[in-house]
Design a binder for this molecule. Structure first.
Ligand code: PLP
Length: 430
């Protein structure tokens, strides 16, 4: 919560301030995931969502580009997803049952995602990453993993390292410093480093194929292709972490967009349209250790029917409307980034935006940010000031400036967002 006692903010966000204060008494840190508390000037308490909009407890309405940190690719109230969940509820909760939906969903994923001949479900991206790493280690009989700096693969001890440029170690208090000893950190985008380091002692290379968490960077030409070739040469598995990019950069994710097929793909977020579900998918060969039942895959909530029903409905919409949905989301993202960058240059405000498909990153920086390494120049505090200024104008982004488009955003939303950006820029220029 911001310490500034701005009277207008106190009034505008009175309900969110009051909620934050009372939530702190029993809910640790007042939120269920630490970054949510960083929203400037206060963590907005959301009352309801509707299409591409959310309304807070004070009745303020926002055009939502946070989209639940990514999953809400069809917006907050997609009719067919909501109908599928309601229909599913009519059959009881059936948690931990074997049911027809899980096989149907695996078949649908196979039809959408190039690498996905076989799929196993879990509930969160963090869990799915853990499963993918275990599959890679079990399948190869090796332990070492290559990970890239500023790629994020969830918060488990064994991979939660090097999450930002300039921070190569463990990223969280309480992390077991031994747990990630088998991880070698390299620079994302530099295939030469992979070719130099990778040998037959590595189980896998894991990569965000587009570095969305680092600031929305698409892969440099040839990077993914060369990493693909290098892994094949050494018998290591290539794992694409498509928790964000899956079903977002294209129906078939980054692997469809960039034409490189990994051995294993980790899917999450948009898969469930807002309900918790994630998956590890891969070629029959890479998944054999799981599909044979030799590798123990456990979890009470894996493949839970409600999330599966939402995911089936979501993928059916994306599949049927892919020709309209993806170009529209990407076009809107391009329009907003173009507008923001033009306005910023015209007004001399050090704020910029970078796009990767249906996602874009807004940041304040003291100099050009052309590569992931340049993100060391991003001014996180000023970025929060700018996203706070947007919030006051009715535009909600992730606090750190990452934005997602959904199929529910309209041209009117985009134009209203442009107007909000112009006002937010004015406040930055003062
Ligand atoms: N991988 C990527 C690329 C992510 O962005 C995230 C979360 O943001 C995760 C993995 C972890 O997913 P979850 O938050 O569902 O555990």
């Amino acid at each position: 919560m911001s310490d500034s006692l701005d009277a207008a903010d106190r009034q505008r966000f009175a309900g969110s301030y009051a909620h934050r204060k009372s939530a702190l008494s029993h809910l640790a840190y007042g939120v269920s995931s630490t970054p949510r508390a960083t929203q400037n000037p206060v963590a907005i308490a959301v009352e309801r969502g509707e299409g591409a909009h959310v309304v807070d407890v004070d009745g303020n309405r926002y055009i939502d580009y946070a989209l639940g940190y990514g999953p809400l690719i069809l917006g907050h109230t997609p009719p067919s997803v909501i109908a599928a969940i309601q229909d599913e509820l009519g059959r009881g909760l059936r948690t931990a049952s074997v049911h027809r939906g899980e096989a149907e969903l695996a078949e649908l994923i196979a039809a959408c995602v190039p690498s996905a001949e076989q799929t196993s479900f879990v509930s969160t991206g963090t869990e799915a990453i853990q499963l993918a790493l275990r599959v890679a280690r079990a399948a190869t009989g090796r332990v070492k993993i290559i990970k890239f700096r500023a790629n994020y693969h969830g918060w488990a001890d064994g991979i939660h390292v090097g999450n930002a440029i300039g921070q190569d170690g463990a990223s969280a208090l309480g992390q077991d410093p031994q747990a990630a000893q088998s991880v070698t950190l390299l620079d994302w985008g530099d295939a030469g480093q992979v070719e130099a380091v990778l040998d037959a002692s590595f189980a896998a290379v894991i990569v965000e194929p587009a570095a969305i968490n680092g600031g929305c960077f698409e892969p440099p030409a040839g990077f993914l292709e060369r990493v693909r070739t290098a892994t094949q040469r050494c018998g290591a598995l290539l794992i694409f972490d498509e928790v964000i990019t899956g079903f977002r950069l294209a129906l078939g994710g980054a692997q469809e967009r960039y034409g490189v097929t990994p051995d294993l793909s980790v899917l999450g977020k948009a898969l469930g349209a807002g309900l918790p579900i994630s998956a590890v998918s891969g070629s029959r060969a890479a998944m054999e250790i799981l599909s044979s039942g030799r590798l123990m895959h456990r979890g009470t909530f894996n493949g839970n029917p409600l999330s599966v029903a939402a995911a089936i409905a979501c993928l059916k919409v994306l599949q049927a409307e892919r020709g309209e949905i993806y170009p529209r989301m990407e076009g809107f993202a391009a329009q907003l980034c173009g507008f923001l960058n033009d306005e910023a240059v015209r007004r001399g405000v050090p704020v910029r935006a970078r796009q990767a498909g249906a996602a874009f990153q807004i940041f304040a920086a003291n100099g050009p940010v052309e590569t992931l390494r340049d993100t060391a120049k991003v001014d996180k505090d000023k970025t929060l000031v700018f996203t706070g200024a947007l919030l006051r104008q009715g535009v909600m982004t992730l606090p750190r400036g990452l934005c997602y488009l959904s199929s529910a955003h309209s041209l009117a939303d985009i134009e209203a967002t442009e107007a909000a950006i112009a006002v937010a820029m004015e406040t930055m220029a003062r």
